[in-house]
Design a protein around this ligand. Sequence first.
Ligand code: PMP
Length: 326
Amino acid sequence: MTDHLEPKGSVLETVGRTPLVAINAAPESVPVYAKLESFNPGASVKDRIGKYMLERMLERGDVSPGGTVIEPTAGNTGIGIAVAAGQLDLKAIFVVPERFSVEKQQLMAALGAEVINTPSAEGMGGAIERAHGLAEELDNAVVPQQFSNPLNTEAHYETTAPEIYEALDGEVGAIVAGCGTAGTLMGLAKYALEQDPETHVVAVEPDGSLYAGTKGEDVEEAEYKTEGIGTHDPTTNELFEPDLVDEVIQVTDRAAQEELKRLASEEGHLVASSAGAASIAARGVAERIEGGEIDTPHDGVVTIFPDSSERYLSKGIYRSFEEWEG
Ligand code: PMP
């Protein structure tokens, strides 16, 4: 699996082929496995799309070496794109609303990227507009736009999914993953449903997010602290295809934080809130499979742990629920 023993020519070659590890607090007859994406060089699942999108865009001629990649992003995607851009002779510019975590912005800058801040009041919409404006001003510049770019989904269909199926000899009964852009879940779902159309596919979001509304559920919008997953407006999450999803599970911030703390203290995982939410949801699905409530072609449940808690220490991720800034 993590066959990174042979010498590599560049850090880009260490993206992917992350470990798949059993979650111990799972029902005995239905194993739950988590793919540990913090093992990527930029320490998150987004290294996969950074590498995949830029390589395909270079191949297609959307941008050529020496050109510029501009992405409106406040998070892991910026780091993933910055890692890849640096190795592929591309400049990277990230347009980030001011209020977002300074840690991630520092990492993007350390990787050689330029960070441009837009006023917090203009939100992500303001950052997106600015990114497209910049791309028009510059020669040889491209905006990958992870929220609408099919290459995001394709990266997971081509890499994350086959790795999981190889590791488990195809014995996958359910796929449970958090949805931000939904690229991860959609890539996994497409691959899984090709292997067996009966595979149970579950989207995970924080309580207060609105993906569940796309499955006809009456959900109420609210703020949440869980970072990296959820949406306040599913029409902006263009990659999400409700038809590929059997159910959307909502997890409260409290439950996600309790679980990420439990994962650290009991199982040695230093993972963040979206992984806490995914873990709780995946364990719940496993219990329902064990109880005969959900029929799956195999027993195994697979989920994704997208990044590490170290990226959120300054936000008090391990403090009390009230002290955690989210
Ligand atoms: N967790 C974290 C911490 C993330 O940064 C992201 C990406 N926004 C996700 C989960 C969800 O991944 P995706 O965008 O592929 O749905």
